[in-house]
Design a protein around this ligand. Structure first.
Ligand code: SAH
Length: 260
């Protein structure tokens, strides 16, 4: 295990943290420094390419295995997302604040810890666009976090799909453990009936969203909504061209989501 130490202005910290999660860090600790700066320590199994991170003065250091687990765990703090959710790591002993729905952040291999801004945009949109009893499809479920969130919000039938069998298995285990009944598809949603879904939530990337546009259109009921997330703001023009007249555009840090 290695630790990558970086320093940045405090205002850039969230963006840098999201980027480190994108690069598959195993955990991050952060510390505020005097002068409005922050120091981050990101843990990795092996060295990654840091050429794009040069502005943040990256420094590699070896770290003892037993240290990083303890350190990373003790520093992952719970966060509130939107008006309804409270995300906390499994080992947190804090109680979910009254009126909020508690979601466990898993630090496993599948995407979907809940730390990423794109996931948080999905959660914020779901709490506003998911009507109780609605049929939901979590397209690209990763660890299953959005399917669990849908269940907490009172969704009706829940379907989840992932092309990565490992992610689908991780989602299956999580959904079972949390008592969420969901239909799980590995690979594609082709066996789902046309016009059968009330709300689709797809936290993918721009290319995949564009490629899946026909499938999303096929699955939506005529009045259904879709939350399309997982892409940086700079891709908005391409997505708006493919999904014209969105109902709403949400933005968080460098990330955007379209509600159609
Ligand atoms: N829904 C989670 C995980 C998002 S990561 C969250 O919001 O945090 C995106 C997931 O989509 C990955 O697990 C990836 O394997 C999956 N994925 C990528 N392309 C896909 C496709 N064409 N169909 C279904 N899943 C896909």
């Amino acid at each position: 295990m290695l630790v990558l130490r970086l320093e940045c202005p405090a205002a850039e910290k969230d963006r840098l943290i999201a980027e480190l999660w994108e690069r598959s860090t195993a955990g991050i600790t952060e510390q505020d420094l005097p002068g409005g700066r922050s120091s981050l320590a990101a843990f990795f199994e092996e060295r990654i390419d840091v050429s794009g991170l040069a502005a943040w003065l990256p420094q590699w250091e070896p770290v003892e295995d037993r240290d990083w687990v303890q350190v990373a765990q003790s520093q992952w703090s719970p966060i509130v997302v939107g008006a309804r959710f409270y995300l906390a790591p499994a080992w947190s002993e804090d109680l979910t604040p009254p009126g909020r729905l508690g979601l466990v952040m898993h630090s496993g291999q599948a995407c979907g810890t809940g730390w990423h801004a794109a996931t948080q945009l999905c959660l914020e949109a779901m709490e506003r666009y998911l009507a109780p009893g609605a049929t939901l499809l979590d397209l690209g479920t990763g660890s299953g976090i959005l399917a669990v969130a849908a269940s907490l919000l009172g969704a009706g039938p829940i379907y989840a799909c992932d092309i990565d069998p490992n992610a689908a298995l991780a989602a299956r285990d999580r959904l079972r453990a949390e008592g969420v009944a969901a239909g799980l598809f590995i690979g594609s949603t082709r066996s789902l009936r046309s016009e059968s879904i009330d709300l689709i939530v797809a936290n993918l990337n721009a290319e995949t969203l564009l490629a899946l546009a026909p499938e999303i259109a096929r699955l939506r009921k005529p009045a259904a909504r879709a939350i399309l997330s997982g892409f940086p703001r700079r891709h908005l023009p391409r997505l708006r061209a493919a999904f014209p007249s969105p109902l709403e555009i949400l933005e968080r840090q460098d990330w955007a989501a379209l509600i159609i």
